[in-house]
Design a protein around this ligand. Structure first.
Ligand code: GLN
Length: 195
């Protein structure tokens, strides 16, 4: 089985580990540089991006993560993980940094307090039928998609909530909690294609 990691500093990493294991991957929690060096792909989970940022720097993982992203390792970020992968963060806390890699500007908590959490169905051509039921929890949106990145999905008003750029994938929502494994399979195909 292909070894893949889930960044396990904070957030809903257990849900991602369970989905990846159910798809036949050797899924491992990643908390140290030595663990990162042993996997062929990485998921950055949902949680709180400002905390994940601080912890990744405090644990000495931020630079190895940036190197892994730059080296072309497949990385899939959900929600806070998407924020970690964005080159530009809007409405970050003071001093908040990202790892970067995705040529996008992402706004945190973009759906406002009236709409903290909601669910909707998304048509995602790359994943085929049926539409994906998507759960948003204090979710970010992709406010600007630069030329290197491609939008994969939008909500009804046209705002972008899923993007891809080479080996990087990001979604504003949480497929790890709905039982629809198509994004994780898409990520694992990228991982296996590089073997
Ligand atoms: N609002 C969180 C953040 O800014 C993301 C929420 C989530 O991951 N569900 O990091």
């Amino acid at each position: 089985a292909v070894p893949v990691g889930v960044l396990a500093l904070q957030g809903d990493f257990r849900e991602h580990l369970a989905v990846l294991a159910s798809l036949g991957a050797d899924a491992r929690p990643i908390r140290r540089e030595s663990e990162l060096a042993e996997v062929r792909g990485l998921v950055i989970p949902g949680g709180e991006s400002s905390v994940m940022d601080k912890l990744s720097r405090a644990f000495g993982l931020a630079d190895p993560l940036k190197d892994a992203i730059r080296s072309g390792m497949p990385v899939y970020g959900t929600c806070a993980g998407l924020i970690m992968l964005a080159d530009r963060i809007l409405d970050g806390i003071p001093g908040q940094q990202s790892l970067g890699g995705l040529d996008v500007a992402v706004r945190r908590n973009a759906f406002g307090s009236q709409l903290d959490s909601f669910e909707t169905d998304l048509d995602i051509p790359e994943l085929g039928e049926p539409a994906m039921h998507a759960v948003f929890i204090r979710a970010p949106i992709v406010e600007e998609t630069g030329p290197a990145a491609t939008a994969l999905a939008t909500v009804a008003d046209g705002r972008v909530v899923a993007v891809e750029q080479g080996n990087l994938l990001g979604t504003s929502f949480h497929p790890e909690i709905t039982g629809d494994t198509r994004f994780h399979e898409y990520f694992l195909r990228k991982v296996r294609a590089r073997e």
